[in-house]
Each structure stands twice: as C-alpha cells, then as structure tokens.
Design a protein around this ligand. Sequence first.
Ligand code: SF4
Ligand code: SF4
Length: 428
Amino acid sequence: MGVVGAGGAGFPTEVKAASRAEYVLANGAECEPLLHKDYELMRRYPGEIIAGMKRMMEAVSAAQGRFCLKEKNRAAVEAVEPVARKAGIGMTLLGDFYPSGDEYEIVYAATGRLIPPAGIPLQVGCVVNNVETLLNVERAARGESVTRKFVSITGAVRQPCAFWAPIGTSFADLIAVAGGMTVERAGVFVSGLMMGSLTFDLSGVVTKTTCGLIVLPEDHLLVRRRSRPAQAMAHIGKSACDQCSYCTEFCPRYLLGYDVQPHKVMRTLGFTLSGKENWSQWGELCCACGLCTLYACPEDLFPKEACDQAKADLRAAGIKYVQTKPVRVHPMKEYRRVPQAQLRRRLQVEQYDAPTPFSSAEPHPARVRILTKQHAGKPAAPCVREGQEVKRGEVIARMNDGELGAFVHASIGGRVARVTPEAIEIEA
Ligand code: SF4
Ligand code: SF4
C-alpha cells in the first residue's frame, strides 16, 4: 500500500513490520523548530494512530508500546493519553529540547536502552514509527494506499496552516493554500530548518516524506548560511576554527556516549594531501542534526558540513570506523540539552513561531508529479503508459519481489501525461 516512514527517513514500513521486537515506540516528538504537523495529527486522529500502533505491535509481537511526545504539547497529550491507556500503551513525555525526535534519543528516553554505534533500534528490541506512518498503517489495513501527505506550511506566509495534500503537488500550490508569501524573494526550507533542505525552486513536489515548508526571506541568516558554497565553508573553517570544542560538547550523539567529535573533524580542513582520514573517523556516527553548525559554534562555522564531507570521504576510501569503547551516557547530558526557545532565538526565527492550525483546504492541483523514489531502497518501476487514465489510489509504479522499496500510487484521478524513470506526471 506504499507505506514508508513519513517522518523523513522513508524506510519501507513492511520491512519493520516483518521483524520481531519487544517494544513499538510511536514517535510524536517533532523537534524541528516551527514544524507542528504531527502535533495537529495527534490532536485530530488519536484513535487511528493508536489503532495503527496496535497493528504494528501485533505484527512484530511486541509486548509493550510507548507513545513518545512532548509534554508541552498539552492538547496532543490530552487527545492521545486516554486512547493509549485504553489500548494498554504507555506514555513517554519528553522535554521541549532539540533533537528529541532522533531515534537514538527516543529509544533511550522510552526504554533506557542505547542503540549500538551505527546500529538500528531493532538491535535493542525496538521498532520506532512516526505518528503519521502509524496513521497510514491503519488506513492501509482498511484498503487505503498512501496518496496524500500531511504538511505544515509556515514562516513568511499569510496564513500558516497544516493540511493534507496529494503527493506530487508543487510547492507553489502548497504555499498558495497558506495564503501566499509575505515577501517577494524567499528561500524555502523543505522538512525543517535543521535537517531539511533549502530550495528556491517552487516547482519542487511533495513526497511521502515531506513534513512541511518553512518560507524565509532570501536575506535571512539561515538562507544565507545554507547558500554558502561548500568550498567557502571549508575555507572559513580552516582559517577560523580555534578548536574550542563547543561543537563536540553540545553534540547530542557525543553526549549519549557515541564517539562523535566534530572539533576533531574540523582538523580535516587543514589537510590537503594526506592524513585526513585520521580525523574523518570522528564524523562517522554523526546524525546530521545540525546543532553544532547552527547552535553550538561561537564562530558560526560549519562542523556539521565537515562531518558530512568526512563521511563521504570515508565511504569513498572504503574505510568503516567502528567504535570499540563502550557507549556510556555523558554525565553532563541532561545539563547540556538545547531548549527549543533558545534554539529559535539563535536561529533568528522567533517572529515565525506561529501555530499551524489544521485546515480542510486541501489543494486540488491540475497536475501532479509523483516521484518513483520517495523511500529508502530502489526507485519503483513505472507500470503505466502515457495517455492512460488512472484512478486515485491505483498502483502506477511497483517494486520487484525481494527489492527494498515501496509501491507508488496515483494521488489524483486523471490522464498520465508523462512517464520517466524518475517521475510520473498525471493531469487531473
Ligand atoms: S565550535 Fe566552532 S570554533 Fe569551536 S571547535 Fe567547533 S567548529 Fe571550531
Ligand atoms: S550534526 Fe553536529 S551536533 Fe549533530 S550529530 Fe553531527 S556532529 Fe553532532
């Protein structure tokens, strides 16, 4: 039915459902600043989300379920808690910190277990699903394939809001539902300021993993920082990093006990011929949360981007770093958490911190462009031809047996206008 991780990873849910685990954890932490779509979903659909969670628990034979969300989201807690209690599912209430939605953090908060370095939750008996994924599981079980995505649109727009959109809807159509932009020239962060991507192209489209759009003026600090060429990031890092190690001291993975030390990775910038690999290894277990670059570094340098490069270099050199020392939580972890309010201030986005209330104003695009790879694994292979009529929910691209991936379905009814290996376009 095309269900994949809707929180961003896009991992095919059927693979998780085929495993065996002690715990199923619902991830409703939603810690990207300004994004509130899971909050709206939990308030509106607690019954379906819990029903999907029960189905996952049954599938993996889990004896326990825990629903993880932030305590400060009172309305969501009040909606979910009674339904969860009735279903025998416990609650894990999280503080308002970044990054509380990281799988390693969620597993530790809910069970006290630490995932092995570079490992997955299953290795400590856990399956973690985003709340929208669980909603999709329930709907899939009732025969409804994944054709719509719940997104929140916020930032420099007239009416920040959250709504369902057909997969393949353009960013321009989404922004129109939110009343249009309040600025003439903007950068658009897709799925988050910290871990999302920046685009200036409004013909980009919604996929099964798009969490929302954050529109910021083109001259905003974050747009300027993200637009810097990689070479400039490396150049300024090489000349200005004073090895203060704040990036490491605030790194959430380091504080959980993993060997991530971005200040050491910054040393790679000083090597031009050989020796880089000695320092790249300290970036291998980085989860790309962005905290070191956007919050911790007092010099506004780019340690996260240095870690990205280090991981790519290690991959290219065929080197796999394995942490041998035991994973032990840092004694200062609890005292070095980053409150959301402080993060918003540092990112200079406080003025955009507005609710994104649920809206029934679903867009009705004249044309959608549905990507064949919206998931981890291989792209799905198109199985429709140009000119063919399709109904909403019909399979338009499929996987072969044994391949990792997910089927793709028509998000609107209409005529197939264009088919390429990358995308299928449908005209309403
Ligand atoms: S926080 Fe900034 S200046 Fe300090 S070591 Fe890290 S990258 Fe260098
Ligand atoms: S992006 Fe920075 S803070 Fe986040 S895990 Fe990687 S090194 Fe640590």
